[in-house]
Design a protein around this ligand. Structure first.
Ligand code: ADP
Ligand code: G6P
Length: 484
């Protein structure tokens, strides 16, 4: 078994094993922020990624991606139901997102969650070099740090949570709350998107495990001190910048605008089809703007990209039906022949197509009800090389803490959302340019490489693990267009 000095463990591998229509195996980049973020850094780093290949049954054998080795973990059908669709995505996901959808506490799921976490831990323990580092990702694998501490006490163990960590009073609802906090605290360093998450975990560690905590949320439990901290995740700025500069992408963006009927304004949203993304609230606001005559289909078009996600989970199926019903109703009511109010696209796009869409959008509408970060907001900013365009951004996305110059909005307040959309649509181009330049300046020094470097340097205290990562956009001096 080949071993690596850096092992990343995440539920999903960066490639999804999708069945082509003829039944053949077809590899595709996995959807979602975690895969986007890590794929960007790891393909250039000697490392192993332990994860699930996206299909039930035996683990497929996978080729390396550049210097990255893939170590697939098999999931059976009952495990997929209990661990992934059940405990991870019907219990933890809604609970961690402010319970915007009711979390389901099904006692039958726990066993699968625990067993699958053990399988991931064993796979990671097998492929890490003596004295190496293992970096565990996200809520699917919250028990893995604790299991690894038993299996491989010689390695550094990191954990990063990509989603929000809820306030203690919500977390306390969880029947398995003690095991979950203890599992996560098996790590040497626990990273979050926001500092508040670390405070929440520290409070819970005191309450549930009798831990001692310092003012900066270092947690001492079972005679060991666990460090915590906020490390806001980011995107491959250089990749998005390069895509946005490509002549074919620019041409595609112009073509898209022409295909949309050359409207005065294009509004765009790009989400996984998830109830945390606030798609319904957004549609309600847009519907009312059309109804009140404050927006006219004659000169304004909305494009909603909603990539299919977790489609076997009931709440996602129900949500899709509701959204599609609503889009159909709005288009039926306000559209005309050749003038569609909302273009709805329920399909994956490649990176170049996304870059073209971002360039077409005058107003990017990112209004999740709760989101750990939201990388779409960052991708839009990176794609706007000419510093034009308006970003309407939910206060409840982690990205809002970094983009104070966005048009920040509370998406639960439909009247506020309507007013903010209008404000963004009518903003003075000089004001937009100032806002966009400030956001781009921030992004240029906070890209995905800077994120990984900050986390891994905090993990090992020396920068040794981070050495192979390359340099951030600003450090490489390639970001001329991104600087203030
Ligand atoms: P989440 O992690 O909840 O999915 P993020 O906004 O952080 O939300 O990340 C979503 C990622 O998925 C982004 O990198 C975005 O470009 C990508 N993505 C979103 N929609 C699509 C789509 N239709 N096709 C391909 N990639 C998509
Ligand atoms: C979010 C989660 C990721 C997850 C992604 C896509 O970004 O934080 O862990 O991979 O959504 O969801 P999926 O269930 O398709 O992996």
């Amino acid at each position: 078994m080949r071993q690596s000095s850096l092992v990343v463990v995440a539920n999903r591998l960066p490639l999804d094993d999708n069945a082509a229509p003829d039944g053949a195996c077809e590899w595709r980049r996995s959807p979602g922020g975690l895969a986007s973020a890590l794929h960007a850094i790891l393909q250039k780093t000697p490392a192993t990624w332990v994860g699930w290949g996206g299909r039930v049954g035996p683990a497929p054998s996978l080729p390396d991606i550049g210097s990255l080795r893939l170590r697939p973990v098999a999931l059976s059908e009952p495990e997929l139901r209990g661990y992934y669709e059940g405990f991870a995505n019907s219990t933890l996901w809604p609970l961690y997102h402010d319970a915007v959808e009711q979390p389901v506490f099904d006692r039958g799921w726990w066993e699968a969650y625990r067993d699958v976490n053990r399988r991931f831990a064993e796979a990671a323990a097998e492929v890490v070099e003596p004295g190496g580092a293992i970096w565990v990702q996200d809520y699917h694998l919250q028990l893995v740090p604790g299991l690894l501490r038993e299996l491989r006490p010689d390695v550094l163990i990191g954990f990063f949570l990509h989603v929000p960590f809820p306030p203690p009073e919500l977390f306390m609802q969880l029947p398995r709350r003690i095991e979950l906090v203890r599992g996560m605290l098996g790590a040497d360093l626990v990273g979050f998107q926001r500092p508040q998450a670390a405070h929440n975990v520290a409070q819970l560690a005191v309450k549930l495990l009798g831990a001692e905590v310092t003012a900066n949320d270092q947690i001492t439990v079972d005679g060991r001190t666990v460090r915590t901290g906020a490390f806001p995740v980011s995107i491959d700025v250089a990749e998005m910048q390069a895509l946005a500069a490509r002549p074919d992408v620019r041409h595609h963006a112009e073509q898209l605008r022409a295909d949309l009927g050359r409207p005065r304004r294009v509004l765009l949203s790009v989400d996984r089809l998830d109830y945390t993304k606030g798609i319904e609230h957004r549609l309600t606001a847009y519907d009312e703007l059309l109804r009140d005559g404050r927006v006219k289909v004659r000169d304004t078009v909305m494009v909603q990209v909603a990539v299919p996600s977790r489609e076997r989970v009931d709440s996602y199926r129900v949500l899709r039906d509701r959204i599609e019903g609503e889009v159909g109703r709005i288009n039926g009511e306000y559209g005309r022949v050749g003038e569609t109010a909302i273009h709805y696209l329920n399909q994956p796009f490649d990176r170049a197509d996304l870059a073209a869409l971002y360039q077409t959008a005058d107003v990017m509408v990112v209004t999740p009800l709760r989101d750990g970060m939201n990388l779409v907001a960052k991708e839009y900013v990176a794609a706007r090389a000419d510093a034009s365009g308006a970003l309407v951004l939910s206060e409840f996305a982690g990205a809002a803490a970094e983009f104070e110059d966005a048009f920040l909005v509370n998406p639960h307040d439909v009247d506020g959302l309507k007013e903010t959309l209008l404000q963004a649509m009518e903003a003075d181009p000089a004001d937009l340019a100032r806002r966009m330049a400030a956001m781009r300046a921030h992004l240029s020094s906070h890209d995905i490489i800077a994120w990984a470097r900050a986390y891994l340097t905090a993990l090992d205290g020396t920068g040794r693990v981070a050495a192979g990562l390359g340099r951030s956009v600003r450090a490489r001096g390639r970001a001329a267009g991104l600087r203030r």
